[in-house]
Every structure is written in C-alpha cells, then in structure tokens.
Design a protein around this ligand. Structure first.
Ligand code: AHM
Ligand code: MG
Length: 351
C-alpha cells in the first residue's frame, strides 16, 4: 500500500480554511479558485497523454497577437480556461496570452467581481519534447460599478492582485498559489483526481546559487546586463580586468535554464536563485508579458519572501499600459534580485 503524508488536505478544504479568515467572504472568490483548479486538472490530463493521442502535438496554422505560433495544446488550454472560469458569475473579464483582446463575460453590478488574466500554457514550444510546461494566472478585483467594465478594470498594477499562482505540469502536476496568506503548493494525485497539500507556506531562500537566463542573447545584451551576468557567473564584485578569464572558484553561481518560465521559476523558488529575462537588441522590453506572466509570478515570489524587478523597480508597482505589455524580468531570491536591480541602476546612473 502506498504511504500517504500524515495530514492530508485537499486544495478545496485549504481554500475554505483561508476563506474563513474573512468572515464577510461570500465564497465567490473561493469558487473562482476552485474553477481554476478544475481547468488545471483537465489541462494536466491532456498534457500527460500528449504523446499518445494523435493530433494533439505540434502547431496550429495560427499565430497569436505577438506573432508566435500557437501550439495545439495552447489552443486547447485556452479554451478550457474560457469554459471553466466564472461559471458562477464571479468573473467580469478575462485576458489571455492567446487572445488579442480581453473577453468581457459579465457586466452586471453586484456580480462578476473579478478579472482573471492567464497564460494557459506557458513554455508550450517545449511540449513536443516532453519538457515541463505551466499555466500562470493573476486575479484582480473589479473597480468599476454600474454595469460598466472597461480597461481601468483590466490595467491594474500587480500589487492590486487578490491572488496569483501557477500550475506546473512536470514529473507531477503541482498547483501553487497565494491569496496573500502565504504561498502554498498542492500536488495532483492522479488516482484521486485531487490536489493535495504538499508544500505548505513555501519560503524561498533569501539568497540562491542558481541563475537562469538564455545566455545565447549575450551578444545582444546591453553592456550593463552583460557585466551584471558576468558577475553572477564569476562572483560578485570581481572586476573584469582581475578575472584573467578564470572563474573565481566557488564564488559564482551555477546556471540552470529550461526555457520554460514556470519550471525555471518553480525550481528557483524551492532551491533559491534568480530567473532573468533582460531586454536585448531587437526586444527592448524583453519577451515576457507583464499581466499574464510577470505580475502573477511576482506576487508569488514576494509572498514567499522573494522579489521581482524590471531592473529599476518592483514589478508589482508598474501599471500596465495594455494587456500584452512586455517587461524585462528579474525574479527570485530577494537578495539576488535586489543586487541585480542595484547593479543595473548604478550602471545606468554612471552613463
Ligand atoms: P511563451 O509564453 O510563448 O511560451 O513564451 C514564454 C517562454 C518562457 O516560458 C520561457 O522562459 C521563455 O519563453 C523562453 O524564451 P527564450 O527561448 O527566448 O529563452
Ligand atoms: Mg508564456
């Protein structure tokens, strides 16, 4: 017989416990989170049989608003989210990485209190090779009243999120979220079809040993980014001139880059480390999207004791100007990201 952890708790029971901390809560927010877990289970099932079923791997003939090829599973995951969320009228608007415009679902006053923005299947270009992929979501509260829902509801800074999280479809499927009361991780038991609490109150190490970046872009980085990454690699405070092309043994960090943001972020959250997607020539704002990738993961990072920056300020303070706004991203262990922010700002001042 399989051994089970001693205190078994399903995600629904955990969410109800969190809801009880807010005596006036109606349950609609908890219902919304539960809809997201349901969507995650369906996507997990489909991702897990991706190699077995014909016509599920590979690309569609379409491109998304950013001109990226839409994979078949992107499309599938996106539709599952649109169908599962807000079934009880909790959501007034949804924004997806895969859709050019937000979808308005409920404008009645008194219902549709939340806005959900998501990347249904992040890292999906990896999927045909069986590499871990993920879903990212952020939830904001509606601001407008009187049957009106508009861009002021959608374009809110990350710090206004009421909850955020991600699902990683890896060697097991995990759901990790925060509603401002700690970051909690749940592992899907496929035989039960339930997410069970496996990582309560995740705290990320203050400082890590891993940096994750696509170094192939190095020739197109700014000199400031290049120098900052060089210091991560060779050890901080080493001068290029004193290095003589030899690493400072033991003082630098190690690199790990899957190229799947959720997987890289999740590993660094547990082990400590920093994920970087700096701007580079040809992509002056980097690649990642503020609303459906950076802001939700920033809320998770900060609630676990980490930090996220665009190189100048906290990701959470930036007010997005459009649904698909891009941002440079430095995220992970607090001390490491603060050091990066300081190093980049100092370099900028010196120009
Ligand atoms: P996607 O949302 O289209 O999947 O793109 C985001 C992904 C991230 O998961 C990953 O970290 C990054 O793109 C990798 O980009 P690159 O190949 O430029 O390193
Ligand atoms: Mg993505």
């Amino acid at each position: 017989m399989a051994l089970l952890p001693s205190n078994l708790q399903t995600i629904e029971s955990h969410m109800l416990e969190v809801q009880s901390l807010h005596p006036t809560a109606s349950g609609s927010f908890t219902g919304l989170l539960s809809d997201i877990t349901f969507a995650a289970k369906i996507i997990s099932r489909e991702v897990n049989k991706a190699g077995l079923v014909e016509d599920i791997l590979g690309a569609t003939d379409e491109e998304n608003v950013q001109g990226e090829v839409i994979q078949k599973l992107d499309d599938y995951a996106n539709n599952i989210f649109l169908r599962c969320l807000g079934t009880r009228g909790q959501v007034c608007m949804m924004g997806s990485e895969e859709l050019a415009d937000p979808v308005i679902t409920d404008t009645r006053e008194g219902s549709g209190n939340y806005i959900v923005v998501f990347d249904p299947l992040d890292g999906s270009s990896n999927i045909d090779a069986n590499v871990s992929v993920g879903t990212i979501f952020g939830i904001w509260r509606r601001k407008s009243r009187l049957d009106k829902v508009g861009m002021e509801d959608l374009l809110q800074p990350g710090m206004e999120q009421v909850a955020a999280g991600y699902v990683i479809y890896g060697s097991s499927t995990m759901f990790v979220y925060t509603a401002g009361h700690g970051v909690h991780g749940f592992t899907l038991d496929p035989s039960l079809g339930e997410f069970l609490l496996s990582h309560e109150n995740i705290q990320t190490p203050f400082r890590g040993k891993i940096y994750s970046v696509n170094e192939a872009y190095e020739p197109r980085w700014t000199p400031e980014v290049r120098e900052m990454v060089r210091q991560l690699k060779y050890g901080r405070h080493t001068k290029a001139s004193s290095r003589k092309d030899k690493p400072t043994a033991g003082s630098g960090m190690s690199t790990r880059y899957i190229g799947s943001l959720v997987a890289d972020f999740h590993r660094n959250l547990l082990y400590g480390g920093v994920y970087l997607y700096p701007p580079y020539e040809g992509r002056p704002q980097g690649k990642l999207r503020m609303m459906c990738e950076a802001a939700p993961l920033a809320m998770v990072a900060e609630n676990a004791g980490g930090y996220a920056s665009n190189g100048q300020e906290s990701i959470l303070t930036v007010k997005p100007t459009e649904l698909h706004m891009r941002t440079p991203l430095y995220i992970g262990s607090r001390d490491d990201v603060l050091w990066i922010e300081k190093t980049l700002s100092k370099a900028e001042e010196a120009i």
